[in-house]
Design a binder for this molecule. Structure first.
Ligand code: DC
Length: 224
């Protein structure tokens, strides 16, 4: 029954997790799930509805009113929040600035992890995030922990979003990444940490093609 394959990719912000996860899913014909987009969509809802992050009853109530769905087109993430397509909006700065605080909330994590585990029940999936190999799928047969030089990460992200957001500076992005790294690794609930059995992939000096090949080789080795 449950012999579907799960590839868990964790790591710091903006170090190419989704690039690798998408490429792998495409190559292997697996489903790609961007777990960060779920925390981002919850954050968007909280921002729009002025949810007080210290009010636990309000948070629980809000979570009941949030319905998330993924629609995969060409392995790109299309996420809907209560049937509204929010894929673009969740990647903007207002959400990026608040998402780590929202992702640190126990109630939010409990609900997201439950939904993520449900997605992995019957399908082969590649999921990327911060706690996929530790909390969501601790038994995933392949876990990759990604890292890269923070300056390179900021430059890559800047090049990605600069055309659409010319007002955002490289310094803003660097600070946002540093801030998220700090919050993600020091929070109480499932902090970002490498699972003992995760393979480290530092992509500071390698191309997306090389990192894909690295992961494909690991998958081949599992089969062999
Ligand atoms: O991968 P991303 O940058 O889109 O993730 C957005 C935020 O969500 C990030 O700051 C940490 C949080 N996150 C998390 O806590 N757990 C996950 N599985 C995925 C993301």
């Amino acid at each position: 029954m449950n012999n579907n394959i799960i590839v868990a990719i964790d790591g710091y912000s903006s170090c190419g997790k989704s690039t690798l996860a998408k490429a792998l899913a495409k190559k292997l014909h697996y489903i790609y799930v961007d777990s960060g987009a779920m925390y981002r969509a919850v954050t968007l809802y909280f921002l729009r509805n002025n949810i007080d992050l210290t009010n636990h009853a309000q948070i629980e109530e809000a979570l009941k009113n949030i319905h998330l769905n993924f629609h995969s087109r060409d392995y790109e993430t299309h996420i809907t929040l209560n049937d509204e397509e929010v894929s673009e909006e969740v990647r903007q700065m207002p959400v990026s600035e608040k998402v780590s605080a929202v992702a640190a909330l126990k109630e939010v994590r409990r609900e997201m992890v439950k939904q993520q585990q449900r997605m992995g029940k019957s399908k082969n999936i590649v999921m990327d995030g911060r706690d996929i190999g530790t909390a969501v799928f601790p038994h995933a047969p392949l876990k990759i922990f990604m890292t890269a030089d923070p300056k390179i990460r900021a430059e890559r992200r800047y090049n990605e979003i600069h055309a659409k957001n010319p007002e955002v500076t490289l310094e803003d992005i660097f600070e946002n990444i540093a801030h998220r790294d700090y919050q993600d690794t020091t929070r109480e609930e499932s902090p970002l940490v490498r699972a003992d059995d995760a393979i480290i992939l530092d992509n500071t000096n390698i191309t997306p093609e090389q990192q894909l090949q690295f992961a494909l080789d690991k998958i081949e080795a599992l089969k062999g």
